[in-house]
Design a binder for this molecule. Structure first.
Ligand SMILES: Cc1cc2nc3c(=O)[nH]c(=O)nc-3n(C[C@H](O)[C@H](O)[C@H](O)COP(=O)(O)OP(=O)(O)OC[C@H]3O[C@@H](n4cnc5c(N)ncnc54)[C@H](O)[C@@H]3O)c2cc1C
Length: 476
């Protein structure tokens, strides 16, 4: 155990000086996935800091009916499975593999910390604590409970997992003004209303708005009582193509469909049109061109439910809600004091300027390629532990922005194709990627004789290079 505490303070509230190899700031999904592979690929000590009281990041404060949009099988940390591999037998995801909800994710991350990280003897956890860097570059952690400040001396690197920290409605004010007397709640609070509203107005275009709408409809709220203010239309990925285990051949077939569409398309929109025709991409309103693609997935049952909501408002962003009017930039629509307005409008994922992921004294977690969130962050832990040269690490792992618009999806997909090629030069990373459950295609070997798999290998050979070359052209 090399986690040291030495005496000596610089002020009344300074308790001591902690020493650690890595200081990981943030115990959300990203920090936990990175720490897990760092621990398993090195003998480093790690100090974990988070202002929240428990690991799990935004899931700790998420709305009660939130679930992963992807299967649990591909989420979490590499070394600890999430969920039991069951298939849902009822509800909007009947027939699909389980997707953990917020409670299960919170319990999972606590278990990862208590039963897997702490027993290594190399991990220290500082919850309810804020991290800050002093003008002289020293790291300080302040307890929110005691006010005690501790200096953390970092022998190797600090790991910034908060660089992309998004905002969720539960922990940030609405991005519009709300006049006194207006019934307006964050998404989660819609599950806690005590008086039935006259009608409900959902505000937002993303996954929170989608989840809230689906949840209300499945609770029996009539679609005619819901108005959906949807500034942008979105492309959603069809859940059917993103299943583990017996669903992997269809998953791989989806890869083939994408490569073929990307190789032949004449524009960014044409890629999506071709994939919509295959049922790979879905949109709620087929008459409106989507301006958004955040990569979330839905089932066709959810899609059918969402299409029941006919009262859709497309006047841009809400600026203010009065007791009887909802104001946009250039117009307003009526509302009423008995209406419940549900804020689903926070920016889930941040898009600050890119910076190198690996620096001599710092790792800044950012996405690398299209895919489920935890896989690239776990991969970065392997890269940090097994590749010595900073330039080589950065060449293998150039960061990209989180996807927001349709073309961002294609940029991220191109990065995925480039990364697959670059990874071949790093055997330790290849070996890990082949074995981790976080990489959906790591399980494909078990299905090599499936006709869809054989067929897709042929498609990949035929169209892989052409898809990459055409994407470069389409994205110019
Ligand atoms: C509703 C919703 C559903 C989603 N579903 C999926 C899904 O199904 N699949 C998927 O792949 N992704 C999903 N995502 C994306 C999701 O953002 C990631 O999966 C992941 O949870 C993000 O983890 P994170 O660690 O990057 O961020 P966070 O969960 O935000 O964690 C960052 C942590 O860092 C801490 N922190 C930051 N700065 C400091 C500081 N200075 N001092 C102390 N602590 C600090 C914060 O307190 C926080 O706990 C979803 C996102 C949302 C909002």
């Amino acid at each position: 155990m090399r986690l040291g505490v030495s005496a000596g303070g610089i002020g009344e509230i300074m308790l001591g000086i902690l020493e650690t190899d890595y200081l990981v700031v943030g115990t959300g999904a990203a920090g936990m996935a990175f720490t897990d592979t760092l621990l398993s690929h090195s003998d480093a000590t790690v100090t974990l800091v988070d202002r929240r009281h428990a690991p799990g990041g935004h899931w700790i404060d998420a709305y009660p009916f939130v679930r992963l949009h992807q299967p649990s099988a591909f989420y979490g940390v590499s070394s600890v499975p999430l969920g039991g591999g069951t298939v849902e037998c009822s509800g909007v995801n009947a027939g699909f593999h389980e997707q953990a909800g917020a409670d299960e994710l919170s319990a999972y991350y606590t278990q990862v910390l208590d039963r897997h990280f702490m027993p290594t003897g190399r991990v220290r956890h500082l919850p309810c604590s804020d991290h800050a860097i002093g003008a002289d570059g020293r790291h300080f952690v302040t307890s929110r409970l005691t006010g005690v400040v501790q200096e953390v001396r970092v022998r190797r690197k600090w790991v910034d997992t908060g660089y992309l920290e998004g905002r969720i409605p539960a922990t940030s004010p609405p991005p519009f003004e709300v006049a006194e007397g207006v019934r307006c709640v964050a998404a989660g609070d819609v599950a806690r209303v005590t008086e039935p509203p006259e009608r409900v107005v959902i505000i937002g275009s993303g996954k929170t708005a989608l989840d809230t709408s689906v949840w209300l409809l499945t609770q029996g709220v009539p679609a005619s009582n819901i108005q959906w203010i949807r500034p942008r239309e979105a492309w959603w990925l069809n859940r059917r193509f993103h299943q583990p285990a017996e669903g992997l051949p269809a998953f791989f077939a989806g890869v083939g469909l994408q490569l073929k569409a990307m190789a032949h398309a004449t524009s960014v929109d044409d890629v999506f049109a071709r994939l919509e025709a295959e049922g790979f991409f879905l949109r709620v309103d087929p008459t409106v061109a989507p301006e958004m693609c955040r990569g979330a997935m839905i089932s066709e049952t959810e899609l059918a439910l969402l299409r029941q909501i006919g009262n859709v408002v497309r006047h841009g962003h809400v600026r203010r809600i009065e007791r009887d009017r909802i104001m946009f930039d250039d117009r307003s629509i009526p509302t009423s004091p008995g209406t419940l307005h549900v804020n689903c409008a926070a920016v889930g994922l941040a898009r600050p300027p890119l910076r190198p992921i690996f620096e001599p004294d710092r790792v800044t977690l950012q996405p690398l390629f299209w895919g489920f969130a935890c896989y690239p962050f776990a991969l970065l832990g392997v890269v940090e532990a097994t590749i010595a040269d900073t330039d080589a690490k950065n060449r293998l792992c150039p960061p990209i922005h989180y996807w927001d618009a349709p073309r961002d999806y294609l940029t991220a997909y191109l990065a995925l194709l480039a990364h697959e090629r670059a990874r071949a030069g790093h055997p330790s990373v290849v070996a890990w990627a082949k074995g981790t459950r976080l990489n959906p295609l790591s399980g494909l070997g078990a299905h090599r004789d499936h006709p869809l798999v054989a067929q897709t290998w042929d498609i990949a050979k035929q169209y892989g290079a052409a898809a990459a070359a055409n994407l470069v052209k389409l994205l110019q």
